[in-house]
Ligand binder design. Sequence first.
Ligand SMILES: [Zn+2]
Length: 407
Amino acid sequence: MLKIQNAVTIDGSRMNLTIESTKDFTLDAQNLTIFPGLIDPHVHFRTPGLEHKENWLTAAKAALAGGYTTVFDMPNTLPPTITETSLKEKKALIEAQLAEVGIPLRYELFFGADKKHLSEIHKVKHDVIGIKVFMGCSTGNLVIDDDESLHAVFAIAASQNLIVAVHAEDEALIIERKKQFSDAKHYCDHSKIRNPEVAARAVAKAIALCRIYETKLYILHVSTADEIALIAKAKEEGLPVYAETTPHHLFLDDSAYDNLQGKAVVNPPLRAEEHRKALWNAIKNNVIDTIGSDHAPHTNTEKSQAYGACPSGMPGIETTLPLLLTAHHEGLITLEKIVSLTQKRPREIFGLPENNDVVLVDLNKTRFVDNATLKTKCGWSVFAGQELRGWPLYVIMNGVLYDLATI
Ligand SMILES: [Zn+2]
């Protein structure tokens, strides 16, 4: 049995906790606050094929360091996860890496919708958390850019009772705007090309498909006021539409290019301040359901390339909770809401079983985000140098205690 004494719940009361374990251990939590093990519904841990950026040896540690015990991994790997075979092979690699590092992280896999492999979906329906649809190109070549295939994906997903998770950026509009901005050479042009209309047009289309096929729709990385208005309306209508936002869209805006250069390039892009404010409001109003880190590492060298060659994406799983806790100290968000966004709603929306994972957090610990101590293989964070207040110290996953100072 694992005994945790003197912990504080998020509503401020004290508790002692006993957790089933093969080892007997007592931890005096010394006023640490107890959170459930967090769920990150959106990560790119890069196995297979892109393991110079990240793998599950490094990512499992990064997840624990961030307070996460469950992650949902995306299919845009090499090869992409678009067939039953590639899914099985990916799973075997992940299992081997988690065994090697000795961290049995809980994970689920998204299956990629690919025009030529839609018939694979019914074969994997019991083995995946949902279908990922790239409506616009991002890392990798997975994209569904024609209406006929989109209708087919939503129809199949509905018939197999699978949730559809969409990267909602309209590919036709991206191509059109790339032509308009053909001389783009500054990183900040990224936000101009993939403007709010690119996202809103795709979200409107996805919601229309959800209405036709009654498919559960999970909209990834919502970043604009325009999308929020459409999602709020869909929810009022009673459609099964759920929305995720990311830490970088909550904590950065398009002024960040000046300092971060290529590291600020992400899909969908960083937005103007007004959109950032709209996201915080949408959290208050329950229009946003979840926060996914969209942990998408690339190497320093890759991110130093000129605009056009510089890949989109940034790491995030280690800093999401400290960023949210710092925002809590600033009066922006309650602890209950943080738990709702990072554990309760992801569990409800995707129908995950309960578990007894917990994270012990020192709400008042201050620490600078330091690239040198990050666990992610890429070794950098856009939040490096920022002092954040509120850090996880221990994770208990499946009855095993992890001291985050020594993982
Ligand atoms: Zn992503």
